[in-house]
Design a protein around this ligand. Sequence first.
Ligand code: FAD
Length: 320
Amino acid sequence: MTTQNWDAIIIGGSAAGLSAAQALGRSLRRTLVIDSGQPRNRFAPQMHNVLGHDGRSPADLTTLGRAEAVRYGVESREGVVASVRDAGATVELALESGEALRARGIVLATGISDELPEIEGLVAHWGTRVAHCPYCHGWELRGERIGVIATSPMSLHQLQLVRQLSDRVVAFTNGLGALDRETERRLRARGIELVPQAVASVLSDEANGGRLTGVRTVDGREVALDAIFTAATPRPRVEAVASLALTPAAGPWGEVIEVDPAGRTCHARVWAAGNVVAPAAAVPQAMAAGATAGAALNYALVEEDFDLAVAKNGGAHGSE
Ligand SMILES: Cc1cc2nc3c(=O)[nH]c(=O)nc-3n(C[C@H](O)[C@H](O)[C@H](O)COP(=O)(O)OP(=O)(O)OC[C@H]3O[C@@H](n4cnc5c(N)ncnc54)[C@H](O)[C@@H]3O)c2cc1C
């Protein structure tokens, strides 16, 4: 089996990864993107709040981004990186296909998986009538009958944001824990209906294209709705880098890999960007983080190239 050598390998070819790839490609770095084709927002037909791309489909964005990166010499392949190990002056990657690759630096841009609340019928509407981000999909649902299914005390924030978009909001507060009097007063003052019972199922009208029609609570009450906001539990896709024992950091969305502002991990050859380290990042933030990490990796290689030249030439100009 041959081991190919690259300057940079990007694991994950979506908003963050392709932005990193573009910065590296434009810096004349031999760059490879490996992507398994499952961007987090693939369930949504359109993206919003992404300047210059409003209404574009997630798949179109990655197709465009890949074409741009390829124009600068980046190679892009479908595949799954199974593991990454430290090999001294490089890191070595093993693909699920059995192929082995080597790079001077990598960017982990593998995103997260969204673990949805276990509510019957909910998953069928994820990305269309069940949303999580008011900035991404709130405008499209403005003024409708919206249910907010709280999954943790942090859902209060989401609930308040949704009320800005509709005055017909029902909050299923079970996941918030016990509401203190002041919070309850504030929510009611804004006309939010509070339902303390947990939601058992999301109801759909199968005769009408499976349209979402409401929810049923555990005590059998049916509440008519047009759309739902809820929060998923983010699961960073970090299995491939497990053997590197990267330093973890606690965040509001759970544990992630610790990175500096440029995306560098505790490993000198490993950067990470996008949702994998910032689960709340939307597409523009993921793009910015990817571009930053790509530039930071390039700069580290620039420094290393000077170090290697000095070691080889002892500072004798033009003696190569
Ligand atoms: C339903 C939904 C709708 C959304 N809508 C919007 C919106 O309208 N506007 C907005 O700004 N944001 C939106 N978001 C957020 C958006 O999805 C994320 O901000 C964005 O996808 C993060 O980009 P990323 O590159 O970090 O990760 P991702 O886009 O998730 O990409 C990660 C990539 O890495 C690949 N990968 C993972 N593991 C491996 C591996 N081991 N080997 C190779 N490849 C691997 C995956 O297949 C995937 O292609 C939405 C999110 C959801 C869930």
